[in-house]
Design a protein around this ligand. Structure first.
Ligand SMILES: Cc1cc2nc3c(=O)[nH]c(=O)nc-3n(C[C@H](O)[C@H](O)[C@H](O)COP(=O)(O)OP(=O)(O)OC[C@H]3O[C@@H](n4cnc5c(N)ncnc54)[C@H](O)[C@@H]3O)c2cc1C
Length: 478
């Protein structure tokens, strides 16, 4: 019998946020006697949470309705059913807290772990992977050695990097010495980071997107009269989801996708025209943006490198605020902060940030002018969002993989280069048989890959690939 078919292989997953947890659940849920041995390694916080769902602040809501957040694409009601056991009033249109979603992920992992007690099972490891080497064994089988910070080494047939969202990069400044100050919070998601800021202090948020909304709402909850500033180049703020009392209208985007052509200018023109045309018939722009979602990867793939750069430079900020919207309640609360003056938003470029005694002076060139304005605050929080440029990520594992040429960044810094089987592509253009990636850095290849509705598809596809690589049997639901 073919040895490859008979062996139970070991799959190491690095990272237990949404992607790593969902992959473990997909791999183990068949309950098949030959399900793989899965080792799930997580560096920080609780398993099955990650950056997004590790919050215990009930003001932090999902920005996707509950009905679209099931872990498994083939069980679309999974999350709503879980929610209804917690609170029967929750519907598929509800925007529930991210903490509840974390509880659901944790429960899903525990359930599959219990169901799989007869299989090879799941091993949870709390630790940080700092180095991975792929090796060819005497029988020409490829394996990987996974080195942990505590000195331990694990061996696996397949490694999946599900290491997710990296801390934001500090925006460039002529003099960046301020970034070493204790009054600068580079990573607002780092456990306890925001708790170091006294509640009476004025704060400048760098960024006006979803992270800024999270942070501003948290600060307002701590002290409703605390003054915050939020600055970004364009000062654009995320749009709101509709209150979901009206059912979304189904819109066939195929003719629009054809009309868009292969240039960013054509994309923008055709989309604007469609939105204006259908607005007259009462169709909401959100329905057209939603209808484009299944086509986004194809639209991204057909752009040349130069056109992708054009998109990232000129269109992405506008696309992001329309595509990645906030829950209506979060949006309303955020708007109230702006209206009552406790949150002041600015559009402009950061010029200088200087610490002067116990305060910080920030100089900003206002957008479209040569005018400089300055604000004085006690702290600065970087709310520019996850850093997807792996060439600039401050992480030992990523640094090693990049330095060794095992991982390569896409030229625009939007993520990592992978094959359609999620294998890492080396700096020499070769695909790696042992190390794969799944998570938001798939954006480089697919663009639309950061939220659960897309990530769960990628995760399921990867689970199928790994299970075929192992036994020739596809993963199926129990
Ligand atoms: C604040 C925020 C809110 C969001 N809200 C939503 C939402 O409402 N709906 C939605 O659909 N999407 C949302 N998203 C998108 C989000 O990217 C995905 O939903 C998903 O959480 C990504 O999960 P991940 O597991 O790939 O990454 P992460 O959540 O970042 O998890 C990665 C995990 O890997 C661990 N890790 C990293 N490196 C190592 C290492 N070397 N060794 C061991 N462990 C390691 C980390 O500690 C972490 O636990 C949000 C994103 C953010 C940042």
């Amino acid at each position: 019998m073919d040895r490859e078919v008979d062996m139970v292989k070991t799959i190491v997953i690095v990272g237990a946020g949404f992607s790593g947890t969902a992959l473990a659940v997909n791999l183990l849920r068949s309950g098949h006697a030959k399900t793989p041995r899965v080792i799930l390694i997580n560096r920080s916080g609780r398993m099955a949470r990650g950056v997004a769902y590790g919050t215990n602040d009930s003001r932090h809501l999902l920005n996707v309705p509950a009905g679209n957040m099931s872990l498994l694409p083939d069980q679309p009601d999974g999350f709503v059913e879980y929610c209804r056991r917690v609170d029967p009033s929750i519907t598929p249109k509800s925007f529930v807290s991210r903490e509840i979603y974390g509880n659901y992920l944790e429960q899903s992992l525990t359930d599959v772990e219990c169901r799989n007690s007869s299989g090879s099972g799941l091993t949870r490891v709390v630790g940080e992977v700092v180095r991975i080497e792929s090796m060819v064994m005497a029988d020409s089988q490829q394996t990987a050695a996974i080195h942990l910070r505590d000195g331990n080494t694990l061996h696996a047939d397949h490694v999946v990097l599900a290491c997710g969202n990296f801390a934001p990069a500090s925006p460039p400044l002529e003099d960046s010495s301020f970034y070493s100050s204790k009054r600068y919070i580079r990573d607002p998601w780092q456990s306890g980071a925001l708790a170091t800021i006294p509640t009476h202090e004025k704060v400048l948020l760098i960024g006006t997107g979803l992270t800024a909304v999270d942070v501003a709402l948290r600060f307002a909850g701590e002290n409703p009269s605390r003054l915050c500033y939020a600055v970004s180049r364009r000062g654009l703020m995320p749009q709101a989801h509709r209150s979901m009392d009206k059912a979304p209208v189904q819109f066939d985007a195929s003719p629009l996708v054809r009309e868009m052509g292969v240039h960013v200018r054509g994309y923008v023109r055709a989309l604007r025209q469609q939105i204006a045309l259908h607005a007259r018939d009462g169709l909401d722009w959100r329905d057209i943006v939603a209808a484009l979602r299944p086509h986004t990867s194809a639209l991204w793939t057909r752009l040349s490198e130069a056109e992708r750069r054009r998109f990232l430079r000129h269109v992405q900020p506008h696309w992001d605020v329309h595509r990645h919207r906030t829950a209506p309640e979060s949006h309303q609360n955020f708007k109230t902060l702006v209206t009552n003056g406790t949150l002041r938003t600015l559009a402009g470029n950061l010029l200088r940030i200087r610490e002067e005694g116990n305060s910080i002076r920030v100089a900003i060139r206002l957008r479209g002018t040569t005018n400089e304005t300055s604000v004085e605050v006690g702290y600065v929080v970087n709310c520019t969002g996850p850093n997807s440029d792996v060439r600039r990520v401050d992480d030992p594992l990523i640094r090693q993989l990049i330095t060794d040429g095992v991982m390569s960044a896409d030229p625009n810094g939007s993520g990592v280069e992978v094959t359609e089987d999620y294998q890492l592509v080396s700096s020499q253009g070769q695909c790696n048989d042992v190390i794969r990636y799944v998570g938001p850095l798939l954006r480089a290849r697919y663009w639309e890959a950061t939220a659960v509705p897309e990530l769960r598809q990628h995760v399921q596809q990867l689970a199928n690939i790994l299970s075929i690589a192992r036994t020739g049997v596809r993963v199926t639901a129990a």
